[in-house]
Ligand binder design. Structure first.
Ligand code: HEM
Length: 88
């Protein structure tokens, strides 16, 4: 449920940039796309370009018509948020 979702800043997103642990932000939501990887019609290499990053621009440029929000609903881990200010 929505109560288990995390607020994920870019620095945390970046830690999940490996083939066997890949998160990606799309339109403000963060997804764990590790399980989807073998099923991506565009191939694993293309998907890896957005590994641990905000892939919205790449995604929109290649297939803005694809309903990723629906496809990846079960893979959602949280919301992309700005990097918090460092503690003083
Ligand atoms: C193709 C889904 C991320 C590059 C496709 C297709 C789907 C899809 C459904 C087939 C589209 C069609 O045939 O009309 C997704 C999902 C993504 C994702 C759910 C997010 C997890 C990306 C990213 C890139 C990318 C980040 C590029 C960096 C491509 C390319 C194709 C493709 C190049 C075309 C392959 C071809 O027609 O030969 N993707 N995609 N995708 N995707 Fe993705």
């Amino acid at each position: 449920g929505v109560d288990t979702l995390m607020r994920i800043p870019p620095s945390v997103l970046k830690q999940h940039n490996k083939r066997d642990d890949i998160w990606m932000a799309l339109y403000g939501k963060v997804y764990n796309v590790t399980a989807y990887m073998p099923y991506h019609p565009g191939g694993e290499k293309e998907l890896m370009r957005a590994a641990g990053r905000d892939g919205t621009k790449l995604f929109a440029a290649t297939h803005g018509w694809v309903n990723a929000e629906f496809m990846l609903d079960d893979c959602m881990v949280g919301f992309l948020v700005p990097e918090p200010d460092p503690e003083p």
